[in-house]
Design a protein. Structure first.
Length: 210
């Protein structure tokens, strides 16, 4: 009886030990799998971080390169523009100023305009001419008397304190004025010469801003 009890006890013990070992092995295996998963996930995350960092670094480098190239292009374009404007100004400003201050030159232009204002109408022309103040003395009487009589035109001459050179002309009723001031001629020649100057200095492609 005692022997059977001891045998039963031993059997229960062995079964308990075996079950405990199985559970321990299962726990150990699960822990090992979990550890492998954590390691794998950590490696994937690390690889992703490195990949993203590399991509961000390349993007920053490309953006910086693009910005530097853009800044260099804009700076070069601005320098070229300033150079061409300086040259254009030098070529145009002084000659234009001299021409618009030349009273004989102004006389011829105004006479030509008056002659061709409306040559087919057959009626006297009534015009108003505005001159710079420094031309008032020499040209006012000339146009209001001599030219008005010769060209069969009624001409009144007014003076502008703000006009530097040149003149403006229009119907005496003031409905409109055509300006031939120093600034008008200067801007006209600048608009014409600037592209030519840029092309001459920097080549054919500069016309398109390249």
């Amino acid at each position: 009886m005692e022997s059977k009890l001891q045998e039963l006890t031993q059997k229960l013990y062995n079964e308990g030990v075996e079950k405990a070992n199985d559970e321990a092995n299962k726990i150990l295996e699960d822990a090992k799998k979990e550890a492998e998963k954590i390691k794998s996930d950590a490696q994937k995350e690390a690889d992703e971080i490195v990949s993203n960092a590399k991509k961000e670094s390349e993007d920053l480098q490309n953006n910086a390169k693009s910005e530097i190239e853009m800044a260099a292009t804009q700076t070069l374009r601005e320098v070229k523009k300033q150079i061409s404007e300086l040259i254009t100004k030098k070529i145009i400003k002084e000659p234009t100023k001299q021409a618009m201050s030349d009273q004989d030159f102004i006389k011829k232009i105004i006479e030509t305009i008056i002659k061709n204002w409306d040559p087919n109408s057959g009626e006297p022309v009534d015009l108003s001419v505005v001159l710079p103040q420094n031309m008032q003395k020499e040209l006012k009487d000339y146009f209001e008397t001599k030219v008005a009589k010769e060209l069969n035109a009624g001409i009144t001459v007014d003076v502008s304190d703000t006009m530097k050179g040149g003149f403006s002309i229009g119907p005496a009723d003031g409905s409109y004025k055509i300006s031939f001031s120093e600034e008008d001629f200067e801007n006209f020649f600048k608009n014409y010469f600037r592209p030519k100057t840029v092309e001459m200095l920097f080549g054919q492609n500069e016309k398109s801003g390249k």
